[in-house]
Design a protein around this ligand. Structure first.
Ligand code: ATP
Ligand code: MG
Length: 289
Protein backbone atom coordinates (compact mmCIF):
# COMPACT_ATOMS: atom_id res chain seq x y z
CA UNK A 1 0.00 0.00 0.00
CA UNK A 2 1.31 3.46 -0.83
CA UNK A 3 2.16 5.93 1.92
CA UNK A 4 -0.17 8.82 2.68
CA UNK A 5 2.65 11.29 2.07
CA UNK A 6 6.26 10.79 1.08
CA UNK A 7 8.66 13.73 1.01
CA UNK A 8 12.19 13.43 -0.34
CA UNK A 9 14.97 16.00 -0.13
CA UNK A 10 12.50 18.86 0.22
CA UNK A 11 13.99 22.34 0.31
CA UNK A 12 12.02 25.56 0.26
CA UNK A 13 13.63 28.96 -0.12
CA UNK A 14 11.74 32.23 0.11
CA UNK A 15 13.13 34.98 -2.05
CA UNK A 16 11.83 38.51 -1.84
CA UNK A 17 13.14 41.40 -3.85
CA UNK A 18 15.62 43.39 -1.81
CA UNK A 19 15.53 40.89 1.04
CA UNK A 20 17.89 38.07 1.83
CA UNK A 21 16.93 34.57 0.81
CA UNK A 22 15.45 32.48 3.63
CA UNK A 23 15.86 28.70 3.59
CA UNK A 24 12.70 27.78 5.50
CA UNK A 25 12.83 24.01 4.85
CA UNK A 26 16.14 22.34 4.26
CA UNK A 27 16.56 18.88 2.72
CA UNK A 28 13.74 17.18 4.62
CA UNK A 29 12.87 13.50 4.18
CA UNK A 30 9.62 12.33 5.69
CA UNK A 31 7.32 9.39 5.26
CA UNK A 32 3.79 9.33 6.64
CA UNK A 33 1.73 6.14 6.75
CA UNK A 34 -2.01 6.11 6.15
CA UNK A 35 -3.97 6.49 9.38
CA UNK A 36 -1.14 7.95 11.44
CA UNK A 37 -1.76 10.77 13.90
CA UNK A 38 1.23 13.07 13.86
CA UNK A 39 2.16 16.17 15.79
CA UNK A 40 4.60 18.68 14.34
CA UNK A 41 6.25 20.89 16.92
CA UNK A 42 8.94 23.52 16.76
CA UNK A 43 9.90 27.01 17.76
CA UNK A 44 8.40 30.05 15.99
CA UNK A 45 9.93 30.43 12.54
CA UNK A 46 11.34 26.88 12.49
CA UNK A 47 9.53 26.13 9.20
CA UNK A 48 6.44 24.16 10.27
CA UNK A 49 3.89 26.07 8.19
CA UNK A 50 6.21 26.10 5.19
CA UNK A 51 6.72 22.34 5.44
CA UNK A 52 3.03 21.42 5.71
CA UNK A 53 2.05 23.81 2.90
CA UNK A 54 3.89 21.40 0.61
CA UNK A 55 1.69 18.46 1.59
CA UNK A 56 -1.15 19.60 -0.70
CA UNK A 57 0.85 21.66 -3.14
CA UNK A 58 -0.01 25.05 -1.73
CA UNK A 59 3.72 25.77 -1.96
CA UNK A 60 5.97 24.39 -4.65
CA UNK A 61 9.30 22.92 -3.55
CA UNK A 62 12.43 24.81 -4.51
CA UNK A 63 13.82 21.29 -4.86
CA UNK A 64 12.73 17.81 -3.83
CA UNK A 65 9.62 15.68 -4.30
CA UNK A 66 6.20 15.44 -2.69
CA UNK A 67 4.36 12.18 -3.31
CA UNK A 68 0.78 11.81 -2.09
CA UNK A 69 -0.86 8.38 -2.21
CA UNK A 70 1.86 7.12 -4.57
CA UNK A 71 1.79 10.00 -7.07
CA UNK A 72 4.09 12.99 -7.42
CA UNK A 73 1.64 15.86 -6.94
CA UNK A 74 3.49 18.15 -9.35
CA UNK A 75 3.22 15.61 -12.21
CA UNK A 76 0.44 17.60 -13.91
CA UNK A 77 -2.43 20.00 -13.18
CA UNK A 78 -5.00 17.26 -12.62
CA UNK A 79 -2.82 15.45 -10.08
CA UNK A 80 -2.20 18.68 -8.21
CA UNK A 81 -5.92 19.40 -8.15
CA UNK A 82 -6.64 15.95 -6.75
CA UNK A 83 -3.93 16.34 -4.12
CA UNK A 84 -5.73 19.47 -2.86
CA UNK A 85 -8.85 17.35 -2.28
CA UNK A 86 -7.00 14.39 -0.80
CA UNK A 87 -5.00 16.48 1.64
CA UNK A 88 -7.15 19.05 3.40
CA UNK A 89 -5.16 21.92 4.85
CA UNK A 90 -6.51 24.10 7.63
CA UNK A 91 -4.55 27.35 7.75
CA UNK A 92 -2.86 28.82 10.79
CA UNK A 93 -5.07 31.92 10.48
CA UNK A 94 -8.70 30.96 9.78
CA UNK A 95 -9.32 34.46 8.38
CA UNK A 96 -7.31 33.41 5.31
CA UNK A 97 -9.68 30.54 4.71
CA UNK A 98 -13.01 32.30 5.25
CA UNK A 99 -13.96 34.79 2.58
CA UNK A 100 -17.50 34.05 1.38
CA UNK A 101 -20.65 35.97 2.38
CA UNK A 102 -21.93 33.21 4.61
CA UNK A 103 -20.46 30.39 6.64
CA UNK A 104 -22.55 27.97 4.56
CA UNK A 105 -20.88 29.16 1.34
CA UNK A 106 -17.48 28.93 2.93
CA UNK A 107 -18.00 25.31 3.95
CA UNK A 108 -19.47 24.57 0.50
CA UNK A 109 -16.45 26.04 -1.28
CA UNK A 110 -14.37 22.83 -1.35
CA UNK A 111 -17.19 20.42 -2.30
CA UNK A 112 -18.25 22.88 -5.05
CA UNK A 113 -14.74 22.87 -6.47
CA UNK A 114 -14.92 19.09 -6.47
CA UNK A 115 -17.90 19.51 -8.82
CA UNK A 116 -20.26 17.49 -6.66
CA UNK A 117 -24.00 17.68 -7.23
CA UNK A 118 -25.95 20.39 -5.33
CA UNK A 119 -27.60 17.70 -3.18
CA UNK A 120 -24.26 16.14 -2.31
CA UNK A 121 -22.79 19.59 -1.53
CA UNK A 122 -25.69 20.39 0.78
CA UNK A 123 -25.39 17.06 2.50
CA UNK A 124 -21.65 17.50 3.03
CA UNK A 125 -22.03 21.04 4.39
CA UNK A 126 -24.69 20.02 6.88
CA UNK A 127 -22.73 16.97 8.00
CA UNK A 128 -19.48 18.94 8.46
CA UNK A 129 -21.34 21.72 10.29
CA UNK A 130 -22.99 19.26 12.63
CA UNK A 131 -19.71 17.52 13.32
CA UNK A 132 -17.91 20.74 14.14
CA UNK A 133 -20.76 22.19 16.21
CA UNK A 134 -21.77 24.92 13.77
CA UNK A 135 -25.49 25.56 14.28
CA UNK A 136 -28.03 26.12 11.48
CA UNK A 137 -28.33 29.80 12.39
CA UNK A 138 -24.55 30.22 12.30
CA UNK A 139 -24.50 28.86 8.74
CA UNK A 140 -26.39 31.93 7.53
CA UNK A 141 -24.07 34.39 9.26
CA UNK A 142 -21.08 36.14 7.76
CA UNK A 143 -17.88 34.38 8.88
CA UNK A 144 -16.76 37.74 10.26
CA UNK A 145 -19.55 37.66 12.83
CA UNK A 146 -18.17 34.49 14.39
CA UNK A 147 -16.04 34.26 17.54
CA UNK A 148 -12.45 33.05 17.33
CA UNK A 149 -13.41 29.49 18.25
CA UNK A 150 -16.34 29.45 15.83
CA UNK A 151 -14.09 30.66 13.00
CA UNK A 152 -11.70 27.78 13.67
CA UNK A 153 -14.60 25.34 13.60
CA UNK A 154 -15.98 26.80 10.39
CA UNK A 155 -12.56 26.57 8.72
CA UNK A 156 -12.22 22.94 9.85
CA UNK A 157 -15.75 22.20 8.63
CA UNK A 158 -14.75 23.54 5.19
CA UNK A 159 -11.88 21.09 5.09
CA UNK A 160 -13.71 18.02 6.34
CA UNK A 161 -16.58 18.69 3.92
CA UNK A 162 -14.14 17.52 1.23
CA UNK A 163 -13.74 14.15 2.99
CA UNK A 164 -9.95 14.37 2.73
CA UNK A 165 -7.82 11.28 3.34
CA UNK A 166 -5.34 13.45 5.17
CA UNK A 167 -6.24 16.43 7.33
CA UNK A 168 -3.51 18.90 8.17
CA UNK A 169 -4.20 21.48 10.86
CA UNK A 170 -1.88 24.40 11.56
CA UNK A 171 -2.28 25.58 15.17
CA UNK A 172 -6.01 24.75 15.22
CA UNK A 173 -6.46 25.69 18.87
CA UNK A 174 -4.34 28.85 18.97
CA UNK A 175 -5.93 31.72 20.85
CA UNK A 176 -8.62 29.59 22.48
CA UNK A 177 -9.10 29.23 26.24
CA UNK A 178 -8.30 25.84 27.84
CA UNK A 179 -11.89 24.58 27.58
CA UNK A 180 -12.09 25.71 23.95
CA UNK A 181 -8.77 24.03 23.17
CA UNK A 182 -9.84 20.79 24.74
CA UNK A 183 -13.16 20.60 22.92
CA UNK A 184 -11.47 21.39 19.61
CA UNK A 185 -8.84 18.69 20.11
CA UNK A 186 -11.54 16.21 21.17
CA UNK A 187 -13.44 17.04 18.01
CA UNK A 188 -10.40 16.35 15.81
CA UNK A 189 -9.86 13.11 17.68
CA UNK A 190 -13.47 12.08 17.12
CA UNK A 191 -13.09 12.89 13.44
CA UNK A 192 -10.06 10.65 13.17
CA UNK A 193 -11.73 7.83 15.11
CA UNK A 194 -14.82 7.91 12.92
CA UNK A 195 -13.08 8.25 9.55
CA UNK A 196 -9.67 6.61 9.99
CA UNK A 197 -8.06 9.56 8.20
CA UNK A 198 -4.46 10.57 8.65
CA UNK A 199 -4.20 13.56 10.98
CA UNK A 200 -1.25 15.95 11.04
CA UNK A 201 -1.32 18.78 13.52
CA UNK A 202 1.08 21.65 14.07
CA UNK A 203 1.08 23.26 17.49
CA UNK A 204 3.15 25.08 20.08
CA UNK A 205 1.08 23.47 22.80
CA UNK A 206 2.66 20.29 24.12
CA UNK A 207 -0.37 19.25 26.12
CA UNK A 208 -2.67 19.53 23.11
CA UNK A 209 -0.32 17.41 21.04
CA UNK A 210 0.03 14.74 23.73
CA UNK A 211 -3.76 14.39 23.70
CA UNK A 212 -3.96 13.49 20.05
CA UNK A 213 -0.66 12.45 18.44
CA UNK A 214 1.08 9.09 18.50
CA UNK A 215 4.15 10.31 16.63
CA UNK A 216 5.90 13.62 17.12
CA UNK A 217 8.18 15.40 14.68
CA UNK A 218 10.34 18.20 16.01
CA UNK A 219 11.37 20.87 13.50
CA UNK A 220 14.37 23.05 14.18
CA UNK A 221 15.75 25.58 11.68
CA UNK A 222 14.02 23.94 8.73
CA UNK A 223 15.17 20.42 9.52
CA UNK A 224 13.73 17.43 11.35
CA UNK A 225 15.52 17.43 14.68
CA UNK A 226 13.69 14.44 16.13
CA UNK A 227 11.01 12.00 14.99
CA UNK A 228 9.59 9.46 17.41
CA UNK A 229 6.76 8.43 19.70
CA UNK A 230 5.39 10.93 22.21
CA UNK A 231 7.25 9.06 24.98
CA UNK A 232 10.52 9.15 23.07
CA UNK A 233 10.30 12.85 22.29
CA UNK A 234 9.10 13.96 25.73
CA UNK A 235 11.86 12.00 27.43
CA UNK A 236 14.39 14.30 25.72
CA UNK A 237 13.54 17.40 27.75
CA UNK A 238 17.09 18.80 27.65
CA UNK A 239 17.18 18.61 23.85
CA UNK A 240 13.70 20.11 23.62
CA UNK A 241 14.89 23.17 25.52
CA UNK A 242 17.72 23.55 22.99
CA UNK A 243 15.13 23.61 20.22
CA UNK A 244 13.09 26.26 22.01
CA UNK A 245 10.48 23.83 23.33
CA UNK A 246 9.68 22.21 26.64
CA UNK A 247 7.68 19.30 27.96
CA UNK A 248 4.25 20.10 29.49
CA UNK A 249 4.41 21.49 33.05
CA UNK A 250 2.43 18.52 34.33
CA UNK A 251 5.13 16.20 32.96
CA UNK A 252 7.82 18.09 34.89
CA UNK A 253 5.76 17.90 38.08
CA UNK A 254 5.34 14.13 37.75
CA UNK A 255 8.98 13.57 36.86
CA UNK A 256 10.00 15.45 40.02
CA UNK A 257 7.51 13.57 42.20
CA UNK A 258 8.74 10.31 40.73
CA UNK A 259 12.38 11.25 41.34
CA UNK A 260 11.52 12.20 44.94
CA UNK A 261 10.37 8.63 45.45
CA UNK A 262 6.61 9.13 45.18
CA UNK A 263 4.71 6.20 43.78
CA UNK A 264 3.67 7.93 40.55
CA UNK A 265 4.71 7.19 36.98
CA UNK A 266 6.89 9.47 34.88
CA UNK A 267 5.38 9.93 31.36
CA UNK A 268 2.28 11.94 32.37
CA UNK A 269 1.49 14.45 29.66
CA UNK A 270 -1.95 15.88 30.34
CA UNK A 271 -3.51 17.47 33.40
CA UNK A 272 -6.52 15.10 33.14
CA UNK A 273 -4.25 12.11 33.39
CA UNK A 274 -2.32 13.70 36.28
CA UNK A 275 -5.52 14.40 38.21
CA UNK A 276 -6.68 10.78 37.81
CA UNK A 277 -3.38 9.44 39.12
CA UNK A 278 -3.25 11.83 42.07
CA UNK A 279 -6.80 11.06 43.12
CA UNK A 280 -5.94 7.35 43.13
CA UNK A 281 -2.83 8.05 45.22
CA UNK A 282 -4.84 10.15 47.66
CA UNK A 283 -7.41 7.38 48.07
CA UNK A 284 -4.51 5.25 49.22
CA UNK A 285 -4.00 3.25 46.04
CA UNK A 286 -0.78 3.17 44.12
CA UNK A 287 -0.42 5.82 41.41
CA UNK A 288 0.54 3.18 38.94
CA UNK A 289 -2.39 0.88 39.70
N1 ATP B 1 6.11 34.46 2.66
C1 ATP B 1 7.34 34.47 3.22
N2 ATP B 1 8.33 35.22 2.69
C2 ATP B 1 9.57 35.24 3.22
N3 ATP B 1 9.92 34.54 4.31
C3 ATP B 1 8.98 33.79 4.91
C4 ATP B 1 7.64 33.71 4.39
N4 ATP B 1 6.91 32.89 5.18
C5 ATP B 1 7.76 32.46 6.14
N5 ATP B 1 9.00 32.99 5.97
C6 ATP B 1 10.19 32.72 6.81
O1 ATP B 1 10.47 31.32 6.73
C7 ATP B 1 10.84 30.81 8.00
C8 ATP B 1 9.87 29.70 8.41
O2 ATP B 1 8.58 30.27 8.58
P1 ATP B 1 7.29 29.41 8.92
O3 ATP B 1 6.13 30.33 8.88
O4 ATP B 1 7.26 28.20 8.07
O5 ATP B 1 7.61 28.97 10.42
P2 ATP B 1 6.64 28.34 11.54
O6 ATP B 1 7.43 27.27 12.19
O7 ATP B 1 5.35 27.99 10.95
O8 ATP B 1 6.49 29.57 12.55
P3 ATP B 1 5.26 29.90 13.59
O9 ATP B 1 5.42 28.93 14.71
O10 ATP B 1 5.53 31.29 14.03
O11 ATP B 1 3.99 29.75 12.84
C9 ATP B 1 10.87 32.00 8.93
O12 ATP B 1 12.17 32.49 8.99
C10 ATP B 1 9.94 32.99 8.28
O13 ATP B 1 10.31 34.31 8.60
MG1 MG C 1 3.42 28.61 11.32
Amino acid sequence: MSKAIEITNLTHKYTQSGAQEVVAVSDVNLSIEKGESIGIIGHTGSGKSTLISHFNGLLKPTSGDVVVDGTNIWADKETLRNARFKVGLCFQYPEYQLFEETVYKDIAFGPKNMKLSPEEIDERVLRAAEFTGISKSMLEKSPFELSGGEKRRAAIAGVIAMNPEVIVLDEPAAGLDPAGRKSLIDMIKAYRDSTGSTVIMVTHNMEDIARIAERLIVINRGKIALDGTVDEVFSRSDDLVQWGLKVPEITEVFTRLHNMGCNVPRGVYTVDEGVKILSRVMRGGAGLG
